[in-house]
Design a protein around this ligand. Structure first.
Ligand SMILES: [Zn+2]
Length: 307
């Protein structure tokens, strides 16, 4: 983690979330023998929730000097989103490592190629276990970073599977700060017809005032900068609601600053269209506002609840 702050963030990146990868793929000798998977698409073996990642992140974070800790926001992620006990895991992590975490996520409900490989129940937007997570997040003041694709990889046009359920979830939890990772897009999850109108309607509707939109991932950049029309539409919406969008990289364990900056530069055409002030809000200001607020609330909750 110190390498990440010193050598990847350096003097180019101000603040960053950090979290483990909650889904571990089983190395099943019966399936691939000596070929150990290092990526979830490597084999057909199932994925499972690996809770230890939260402790690992907390211990790494605690070993950093204060000025480096200040630049990071560790997130709790090692829970099974279909388990009614998930909220209890989050509470246990806060109590075991007070002073560390600022939010929860990024966890997935519907994610292309991933959701169906996880052992046990398929995650669902209507699961009471998810409601318990959202309720507890609101109680503590933890922002929720959620990955939820708008649809499955090979959709029937006009009937996206996972938008309505997502909207209902947000509306059920008006006091939970939610960040929608990658705008619900993916490697092959492309924008639905007139997605701009869908987002504009949600941004204008007070029922979603707790919802923020995350632009991270090179795959998201690919769709938003698909052509001049999509880019101009994206820029117009962001300019209209500059406080509701956040930029991130979604990189996994980057080993060079250039890799981290690459995703930022994929949006260079967008930054140019929205201008300097909006760029600064989306790439820094909105994050600082949300996570500074979260830190204050979570520390206050810990003070009350951790003996
Ligand atoms: Zn994601």
């Amino acid at each position: 983690m110190e390498f990440y702050v010193d050598s990847i963030m350096g003097d180019k990146i101000g603040r960053s979330t950090v979290f483990g990868l909650p889904l571990q793929q089983q190395w099943s000798y019966r399936v691939t023998g000596e070929n150990a998977p290092t990526y979830y698409l490597d084999t057909d073996a199932p994925l499972y929730y690996y809770s230890f990642c939260d402790a690992w992140v907390a211990i790494q974070y605690k070993s950093l000097p204060k000025e480096k800790q200040e630049r990071l926001d560790p997130m709790i992620i090692g829970f099974n989103v279909t388990d009614m006990y998930a909220a209890d895991h989050i509470k246990r992590v806060l109590k075991t490592f007070p002073g560390v975490f600022s939010g929860i996520g990024e966890f997935s409900i519907h994610k292309e190629f991933v959701s169906s490989k996880i052992s046990g129940d398929v995650a669902s937007l209507t699961d009471p276990a998810l409601d318990r997570i959202f309720e507890f997040a609101a109680e503590v003041g933890l922002p929720v970073l959620i990955h939820n694709d708008i649809d499955n990889p090979f959709p029937k046009p006009g009937k996206p599977n996972y938008i309505t359920g997502f909207q209902e979830l947000i509306k059920r939890h008006p006091n939970t700060i939610v960040i929608w990772a990658h705008l619900g897009l993916g490697r092959i999850i492309k924008p639905i017809e007139d997605m701009g109108t869908l987002f504009e309607n949600m941004l204008a509707d007070p029922a979603y005032k707790n919802l923020y939109f995350d632009l991270s991932w090179d795959e998201t950049a690919k769709w938003l900068d698909y052509n001049d029309k999509s880019l101009e539409r994206t820029a117009a919406i962001i300019k209209k609601y500059p406080d509701r969008f956040l930029f991130g990289t979604d990189n996994i364990a980057p080993d060079k600053t250039e890799k981290q900056l690459r995703v930022y530069h994929l949006y260079d055409r967008l930054w140019k269209l929205v201008g300097e002030e909006v760029t600064s809000k989306v790439s820094k200001g909105n994050y600082e506002r949300l996570f500074n607020e979260a830190r204050i609330k979570v520390r206050a909750w810990e003070k009350e609840n951790v003996k």
